[in-house]
Write a new protein. Structure first.
Length: 772
């Protein structure tokens, strides 16, 4: 259902509840001051420069600014240099060749009539030269400052070669692990997602992306791309207003409030209107309600795809629909550049509308200082790329993002005096794949797990067996672009079985087996959706055969999504989720396995028992027969509907107690705020980190409310015996939600539960009431 801004901004009052109902309040808006300061178009001096430049520009030159072209050989027009000279291109993407970028920029600045610099974009998702953990892994750290710092390293490296804008952060909420792009975001929760979104924007952009080592961030994919039906990449999303407002939009809103310079419109149909032609989300919400002043770029070729969707009649109609919906820049398809002029001549679009579309693009170029300093200082690249601080930080980031899922009888950490280790699995020594999705040419290869273990245990006998190969059944479109994809013919079943046998024999003759199982990089991310969550290939059989030997086994998962490890969760004593940890993968895993680092990560997703449970998330509403009720003990007759591992779950080598939850009052006036505190103590014998999580539940209201919602978290480091008090705020920001019944934001006079604890089953409880 769709409403106009006018309809929704009407204030309403309902009986029994006080409703703060302005469309323009939505959680996060209280911190919007920062964004207004950061937005280039909000600065009078930049507005003035943009206006002056616009007056000098021809219609063709203006339309050129909306045109982003492939700088790679792939789908790039042969006459691109001529086009730059004529001012027909505003931006390039998909090349990280510093010489080529420099050449393009020289042509634009020196040979085009108005000397307008180009802006260069690339997918700098989790590192540029140095690779940091993938975004889902970073979210598992529950440490936004870690993510902020990682993205500031990435920005510095990318900017040094002349990249200006990154197509990140990806903030799509993902509640279905079949969807391959779950790895690119922060998981299932809007609160955690918003925190990671803000952190990434700050990391990439700094205060306002004007510094010479910063990038403009582009938050994507707006919006609800992660709700793809069946988890199939690009498939339609059907998202009611209530989930759109309460779940899918908040991380975007957080990025906008943090001053993000750009936003990418998604590919898929959202409630039957393609996201890149969707005026409701791009114009009414983004610009109308949120006052976003940056520029919107479509996902690659998405403007042209409006025809494929069956939404636009032809390319001209697509250009009309994209521009009037709120798109500024057309990534790759040239639909806008080829059709806007005739639309202006035919008076279907006014030149003023074109000016409005160009304005934020020019403003970003001014704000970055590109008119004054258009070229990268290539002589400095080497120094930036070789900064050892990035590698040191990559190791810490990898350690902090891993999640210890299971650790029976203190299997981990392993003792360093171990004499022989069987390292087994297709992912244990694969350098390129271990860098994870969104590889960038020239990236530092990952330290493999084999290398990491050898460094950690110089005196132990470490032997490696692959145990069979894994590969996609259907090749990925992206395989041609990245060297990691297998180019050889697949192994026959007999060859795989022989490899497996060798691995089992090795395990039999070793003190301990470390199995590294999971997915290759091309098995998740874009075009990486799956219909099952089983371990690919013969990895499950391999695992079962090694475990059957009855010797110590540790399972390390390297993957982009939760997988079906239900069997392992009962039979393998220690399971470490490493995700895709980046360049320092091998060292960080060895640090954790041998106790030089203590795992403190927590799951940012509910871990399913099997694909059949998806979509799965903790923050659901209750049915009339909740899980565990007498009449219908389970909603599936062959197994529980609860997750295998809960959202927020993660173990440590030490133990913690969380207690003494204190609310200063039991009645809170509407609009008021209170500080909630709780104590966390390290009750074990080694130092470690706990993520203290705060959840709330509104007991009744104008709509049914989720059983729990995360509304606060803090990762705390504690020495053995140390105790700290953690502070959380609870008030309008946390208690307001978008009510489908009231069609607006409401803070209701109702009773609330609060829990604090170490995962989404947190037990420490208190209650309060919101009163008029
Ligand atoms: C992806 C985007 C990406 C863009 C540019 C698209 O295929 O969906 O996430 O930023 O390509 O590489």
């Amino acid at each position: 259902m769709r409403f106009t801004v006018r309809e929704m901004s009407l204030s309403k009052t309902i009986v029994g509840a006080v409703v703060i109902c302005s469309l323009f309040f939505s959680p996060g808006i209280l911190s919007a001051q920062e964004s207004k300061a950061a937005s280039p178009l909000a600065r009078p001096e930049i507005r003035k420069r943009v206006d002056e430049l616009l007056k000098k520009m021809t219609l063709d030159e203006k339309i050129g600014q909306l045109n982003e072209i492939s700088g790679a050989d792939f789908m790039s027009p042969p006459n691109r240099e001529e086009m730059i000279k004529k001012g027909e291109i505003g931006s390039f993407l998909w090349t990280v060749d510093p010489q080529l970028l420099d050449k393009f920029q020289h042509i634009a600045v020196e040979q085009s009539r108005l000397h307008i610099p180009l802006i260069f974009g690339y997918d700098v998702i989790h590192g540029f030269r140095t690779v940091f953990p993938s975004p889902l892994a970073m979210a598992s750290s529950w440490d936004p400052s870690l993510e902020e710092k990682a993205q500031s390293f990435a920005a510095r490296e990318a900017r040094s070669i002349g990249i200006h804008i990154t197509w990140a952060p990806m903030v799509d909420i993902a509640r279905d692990a079949r969807w391959g792009r779950i790895i690119e975001g922060a998981g299932e929760d809007p609160y955690l997602g918003a925190a990671m979104a803000r952190a990434q924007v700050r990391g990439f952009q700094g205060a306002d992306f004007s510094e010479a080592d910063k990038l403009v961030a582009c938050v994507k994919h707006y919006v609800a791309y992660g709700a793809a039906e069946g988890g199939r990449d690009y498939d339609s999303s059907y998202v009611p207003e209530t989930s759109l407002r309460n779940v899918y939009l908040p991380p975007f809103k957080a990025a906008v409030d943090a001053g993000v310079g750009s936003l990418m419109s998604a590919y898929m149909d959202l409630n039957d209107v393609p996201a890149s032609g969707n005026r409701y989300t791009l114009h009414d919400i983004l610009r109308g309600e949120w006052k976003f002043q940056g520029f919107v770029v479509t996902d690659a070729f998405a403007a042209g795809d409006l025809v494929t969707h069956g939404y636009a009649r032809d390319a001209k109609d697509a250009a009309f629909k994209a521009l009037t919906a709120g798109v500024n820049m057309d990534m790759g398809s040239q639909t806008l550049s080829k059709n806007l002029k005739s639309l202006v001549i035919e008076k279907k679009i006014s030149e003023q509308e074109i000016d409005e579309a160009v304005r934020p693009i020019l403003a970003v170029k001014f704000q970055m200082g590109l008119f004054e300093h258009p070229y990268a200082e290539l002589s400095k690249v080497d120094r930036v790329m070789k900064d050892p601080a990035a590698r040191v930080f990559a190791r810490i980031a990898a350690q902090r993002s891993m999640v210890l899922l299971r650790n029976e009888n203190h299997t981990l950490p392993l003792k360093k005096d171990i004499s022989s280790v069987a390292l087994i699995g297709p992912l244990a020594n694969a350098p390129i794949d271990l860098n994870g999705g969104w590889g960038i040419p020239g990236q530092t290869p990952a330290v493999t797990i084999e290398e990491g273990l050898r460094q950690k245990l110089p005196n132990a006998k470490i032997a490696y067996e692959r145990g069979g190969e894994i590969r996609r059944t259907i090749k990925s479109f992206f395989d041609d672009f990245f060297p990691g994809a297998a180019k050889t013919a697949p192994l026959t079943p007999e060859q795989n079985a022989a490899e497996m046998q060798k691995a089992v024999d090795l395990a039999r003759n070793s003190d301990v087996s470390i199995l590294v199982l999971g997915e290759l990089a091309n098995m998740s991310s874009e075009a990486g959706s799956r219909s099952t969550l089983e371990l690919p290939g013969m990895q499950q059989q391999l695992l079962e055969q090694v475990v059957a030997l009855g010797k110590p086994v540790v399972l390390v998962l390297v993957n982009g999504r939760p997988l079906n490890i239900t069997w392992a969760s009962e039979h393998v004593p220690a399971i470490l989720e490493a995700w895709q940890p980046g360049t320092e993968l091998g060292n960080a895993i060895a640090d954790i396995l041998f106790g030089d680092a203590n795992p403190g990560g927590k799951l940012p997703v509910s871990w399913p028992r099997s694909a059949g449970q998806e979509p799965l998330y903790y923050s659901h509403t209750l049915t009339h027969q909740p899980e565990g009720s007498q009449m219908f003990t389970s909603r599936y007759w062959e197994g529980p509907s609860t997750p295998l591992y809960r959202f927020g779950h993660g173990l440590s080598y030490t133990t913690f107690s969380i207690s003494n939850l204190k609310l200063p009052k039991t009645e809170l006036k509407v609009g008021e705020q209170m500080e909630v505190t709780t104590d966390v103590e390290n009750t074990g014998s080694v130092a470690g980190d706990e993520v203290v999580q705060l959840y709330i539940h509104q007991r009744a209201g104008s709509t049914s409310r989720p059983v729990r919602e995360l509304k606060g978290f803090e990762r705390v480091s504690l020495k053995p015996g140390e105790k700290k008090t953690v502070h959380f705020n609870l008030g309008k920001e946390e208690l307001t939600y978008w009510s489908s019944a009231k069609r607006g934001w409401v803070e209701e006079t109702e009773e609330f539960d609060v829990w604090v604890g170490s995962d989404s089953t947190a037990k420490e409880h208190a209650a309060f009431k919101v009163v008029p």
